[in-house]
Design a protein around this ligand. Structure first.
Ligand code: TK8
Length: 363
């Protein structure tokens, strides 16, 4: 275990069986998460060149994404005797998802892990994940993300200057706002008082969803969302509970609703220019480490989800849980999104994904 990883464990307070002397703000925000899997596999002892890989992330240091990216770095470093190193830059400090993908293309950044939604400007078909209520359960989502149908979409980055390795979990997206409790589409549309101004990801399907719900959708980069809410430019946003917590959105959002309306994953990706500079043995290792980091991140994200919701409640957010009928009302309201987008995304692709989902429900 190298120093950096130990440091991360201390910072995030996930050292199991250890009492931390001082509880930092980060510690207070971190559940008892699983340790990363042991780093296994051959060590490349031959000197195949030294590279420092810079990874930009939109999310904060306490997010599952950041923790798993540190683990990714530790795998590379341990298995190359320190010749491959990774520096992680969180909090959109190097740019937002769209900008960081452009930086991969130009080679000014080595890696990033964006949501699929902004990545649809490179691979249109990824918009299939933007469809609302596509995955009724996390098991269904996992079955799809592991399927050839989904993995083939990653190959479609070929020729864009970006190499995509694996899916991570972002998680079920939930609505928050600073105006009123929401338990129905009517509450979003605010029939008499006007619709909520909701920040959406920069993606046309997301825009359609919130239009269908009667909101005033405002596409915006993730890094700008906190201050836009603080300044009252927007009323609300939607993201998984873990992101809402680790981004401190509860400081500026009084209400949350467990809508689970969208499940868009992350993709771990590298600049092709960086990739081309790596020895084939290193390339193979990077791919392997990316998959290991993805598996660990999915585990962490799953562990984080309910815990983060409870933490938000403890910190004063009023969270509305929705029953099946209430969820069904949202689902019905966004049906026009399927009518509009399924033909454009590809009816076959949508059907293939739905078939995988259904196969998990039948079990
Ligand atoms: C982080 C983003 C973010 C996403 C969003 O870079 O934009 O709301 O959920 O987490 O990818």
């Amino acid at each position: 275990m190298n120093y950096r990883w130990k440091h991360t464990l201390l910072m995030t307070g996930i050292m199991t069986g250890t009492t931390l002397l001082s509880s930092t703000a980060v510690y207070a925000q971190t559940p008892d998460l699983s340790d990363p899997p042991e780093i296994e596999g051959d060590v490349i002892t031959e000197d195949l060149g030294s590279h420092n890989i810079r990874v930009g992330l939109g999310l904060a240091e306490s997010s599952p994404l950041y923790i798993s990216t540190q683990y990714f770095g530790d795998i590379l470093s341990e298995r190359t005797e320190g010749r491959l190193t990774v520096d992680v830059f969180p909090n959109s400090q190097l740019g937002d998802d769209a900008q960081m993908m452009e930086m991969l293309q130009t080679g000014t950044l080595d890696m990033t892990i964006p949501s699929t939604s902004p990545a649809t400007s490179y691979v249109d078909e990824l918009a299939v994940f933007d469809l609302p209520f596509l995955f009724p359960t996390r098991e269904a989502a996992m079955a799809v993300l592991e399927s050839d149908v989904a993995l083939d979409l990653l190959d479609k980055f070929d020729g864009t200057g970006i190499k995509a390795f694996a899916y991570h979990e972002n998680g079920y997206r939930q609505l928050t706002n600073s105006v009123r409790p929401v338990e129905s589409p009517e509450d979003v549309a605010g029939l008499d008082v006007g619709g909520l101004t909701i920040r959406t990801m920069e993606n046309p399907v997301q825009l359609s969803i919130w239009e269908a719900l009667g909101a005033n959708p405002t596409p915006m980069a993730f890094g700008e969302v906190f201050s836009a809410m603080e300044q009252g430019v927007i009323d609300g946003q939607e993201n998984p509970w873990s992101t809402i917590l680790t981004s401190n959105f509860h400081e500026v959002q009084d209400y949350g609703s467990e809508t689970r309306h969208v499940y868009t994953p992350f993709i771990i990706m590298m600049s092709e220019r960086t990739w081309d500079r790596l020895d084939p043995a290193y390339q193979e290792l990077v791919e392997e480490a990316a998959r290991a980091a993805a598996a660990y991140e999915i585990q962490l994200a799953t562990e984080y989800d309910d815990w983060a919701r409870n933490q938000l409640e403890e910190r004063g957010m009023q969270i509305t849980r929705l029953n099946d009928d209430q969820i069904a009302a949202f689902q019905e309201a966004v049906q026009p999104v399927y009518d509009e987008w399924a033909p454009r995304i590809g009816e076959d692709l949508v059907a293939e994904i739905q078939q995988i989902v259904e196969s998990t429900m039948a079990e």
